[in-house]
Design a protein around this ligand. Sequence first.
Ligand code: PNS
Length: 163
Amino acid sequence: MRIGIYPGSFDPITLGHMDIIRRGLKLVDHLIIAVAKSPSKRTTFGPQERRDMIHESLAEMGLDLEVDLFEGLLVDYARRRGAVVIFRGLRAVSDFEFEFQMALMNKKLDPEIEVVFMAPEQEYIYLSSSLVREVASLGGQVSDLVTECVARKLYGRFQSDRR
Ligand code: PNS
């Protein structure tokens, strides 16, 4: 059984992430969506909230996949889970340098685990969690960028922040 991991902060999950999940699913028997509990950046949503939003978003799309939280090195988690591949989405040239650095470091830490980059659908090339957060926090429309449950959660969070 080929196990793949799609790791990230998912703060929150966007339709761009969902697109990569659908693509990754075609390549492995079991796909684990791995949410970094404490990523290097500060997050708007806590780890459980980020995980729950992924579960709900998958359910909206009729998917039932494993969503897990992880801490520490990604390659250690991947090894523990018996994964052979890590998926990452690559949107624009601007992603490339950081992603390439990360892939090479992961390869150095564990040469057995492959990193596969996938290009999203063109309409999602510009999409990022940080832009979605910014637009939602300023009252802009995000309904075609995230699932319904994530849009609700974003507006709820930023409305309560403005109170
Ligand atoms: O969605 P993101 O924020 O781009 O995801 C980055 C993430 C969480 C995949 C990356 O920061 C990570 O793998 N963190 C775990 C710690 C680790 O293994 N660091 C070394 C990577 S070279």
